[in-house]
Design a protein around this ligand. Structure first.
Ligand SMILES: Cc1ncc(COP(=O)(O)O)c(C=O)c1O
Length: 366
């Protein structure tokens, strides 16, 4: 068994997917499984989502879309980060919905469609100013796509900039802009049957913006995107490492590179086999409280490439080598707590485990 593991609870994935499906009601649920299902392992996670209510999948790259198809999933798959310079023919042949994120993308798909059916969804920029067709180009793009017989426009979508702060009026501004885009597309003769704007925070807080589909990611993995809210989601990932060494340290002695942490009293240290090569940020020094046997212990000293050190104090509870240290997840800090301690967001925390971390799965996905 690997010393460093993420433990993925498939029953939690099933629970969260069902919860979002119930929220969606009559509206479709697109499960976002980019970045290897937010680092949970798409091969195991996507089929669980499919059997628990996901009607479609969203991914970033062409490679992710093709991989998802290769798993045998037959639901629509939308891919929103690609370039006309790439070979995107295989994605068209696999029935992947390609996002039109600029006029250049629209032209490339029109050129590629000669005779072949191509499914597209237009990503309109409503204020994020990242990728997406600018309002000034909507009419040109909608017309280009409408006039191309091979192209089927499944709908429009857009991405929200500030939905994680429900009081931010930008979401309403973007929603209005999105409605304008839908109106224009229909005026120009495109049916745009299934449109979507809601990421996780909007799926939880803005049922008035559901349109034909919601497109959440992080909530399916059990994390709240709006700090302070609780929708009874179940975090699916824990990151654990087996302690390799427990050793004494005397008052005045220090540990790890630079000897930046010094023991004030005689005590014990434990070594956890996770370092910055595995995704524990070096700047996490002193900011992680590791869970061992249901109790918390401070990480101390520099985080190294392959390991970090924990102070056990006088080790009153008898921590020994082989005990499991929880970096985040069940029995330790939550991903959200660790994110707050590191000055980041829970999304980034769950993407951290990498390097020598192996995945193990529990539950049946029910
Ligand atoms: C275009 C798009 N839609 C949906 C999502 C899902 O976002 P969230 O995980 O906040 O639900 C993402 C993720 O960043 C995205 O890029």
């Amino acid at each position: 068994m690997n010393l460093l593991r993420t433990r993925i609870d498939l029953d939690a994935i099933a629970h969260n997917t069902r919860a979002l499906k119930a929220m969606a009601g009559p509206v479709a649920l697109m499960a976002v499984v980019k970045a290897d299902a937010y680092n949970h392992g798409v091969d195991r996670v996507a089929p669980v989502m499919a059997t628990n209510g996901a009607d479609a999948f969203g991914v970033a790259t062409l490679g992710e879309a093709l991989h998802l198809r290769s798993l045998g999933l037959t639901q629509p798959i939308l891919c929103w980060i690609w370039s006309p310079e790439q070979d995107f023919r295989a994605a068209i042949d696999a029935g992947v919905d390609l996002a039109v994120i600029s006029t250049r993308h629209a032209r490339a798909l029109v050129d590629a469609s000669a005779g072949t059916p191509v499914r597209v969804s237009v990503k309109v920029d409503t204020g994020l100013h990242r990728s997406g067709v600018d309002e000034a180009d909507w009419e040109e793009v909608f017309t280009l796509l409408r006039d191309c017989p091979g192209i089927e426009v499944t709908g429009l979508f857009t991405h929200l900039a500030c939905a994680d702060d429900p009081s931010d009026p930008e979401t309403d501004r973007q929603a209005e802009s999105f409605s304008r885009a839908i109106g224009l597309a229909r005026d120009l003769g495109l049916e745009v049957p299934v449109n979507h704007i809601c990421n996780s925070p909007a799926a939880l807080t803005r049922p008035d913006l559901y349109h034909g589909m919601i497109r959440p990611g992080v909530v399916l993995y059990g994390l709240e995107p709006v700090p302070g809210l609780d929708h009874g989601l179940r975090p699916a990932m824990s990151w654990v490492g087996d302690i390799t060494v427990v050793k004494p340290i005397r008052a005045g002695e220090a540990t790890s590179y630079g000897l930046t942490w010094r023991a004030e009293e005689d005590g014990f240290l434990a070594v956890v086999p996770a370092g910055y090569a595995d995704g524990v940020p070096r700047m996490a020094q002193g900011r992680i409280r590791v869970g061992i046997g249901g109790r918390f212990y401070d990480q101390v000293g520099r985080v190294c490439m392959d390991q970090f050190v924990v102070s056990l104090g006088s080790n009153p509870h008898g921590v020994t080598p082989g005990d499991e240290a929880v970096i985040f997840g069940e029995g330790g800090m939550s991903a959200s707590e660790l994110a707050a301690s590191l000055g980041t967001i829970n999304y980034e925390v769950i993407c951290r485990p990498t390097g020598r971390t192996a995945r193990e799965y529990e539950g049946q996905g029910r």
